[in-house]
Design a protein around this ligand. Structure first.
Ligand SMILES: [Zn+2]
Length: 105
């Protein structure tokens, strides 16, 4: 196990896990629930962390993370036309209201 990166938020962490999964790199998410207490998060609260299970995958995983970080954040999300909620681009359905998401080219 080796820590690959920490993510800005849970949505980003999930996207990274998804990317790794598609590259057949087993990975785990830690601190998933660290941001549960909205409103009284200490300044030093822990960010979600993405770890690779096999140390040998670290280099490949890091390359994916770097590529991800170079992608502008607005290119990673789509907005639901039904409720306006922000969704990761790879989602088929809005996590909030369940409406189908059309991918915008
Ligand atoms: Zn929606």
């Amino acid at each position: 196990m080796r820590r690959l990166c920490s993510a800005a938020d849970l949505m980003e962490a999930r996207l990274l896990l998804d990317l790794l999964e598609h590259a057949y790199i087993p990975a785990r998410l830690f601190n998933e629930h660290a941001q549960g207490g909205v409103g009284d998060i200490p300044f030093t609260h822990a960010y979600p962390e993405v770890w690779v299970v096999n140390d040998g995958d670290f280099g490949r995983g890091l390359a994916l993370v770097r590529a991800f970080e170079r992608t502008p954040s607005d290119a990673r999300v789509v907005f639901c036309r039904a409720c306006g909620e922000e969704n990761p681009r790879n989602f088929q359905l809005c996590w909030h209201c369940g409406a189908g998401l059309e991918s915008i080219p």
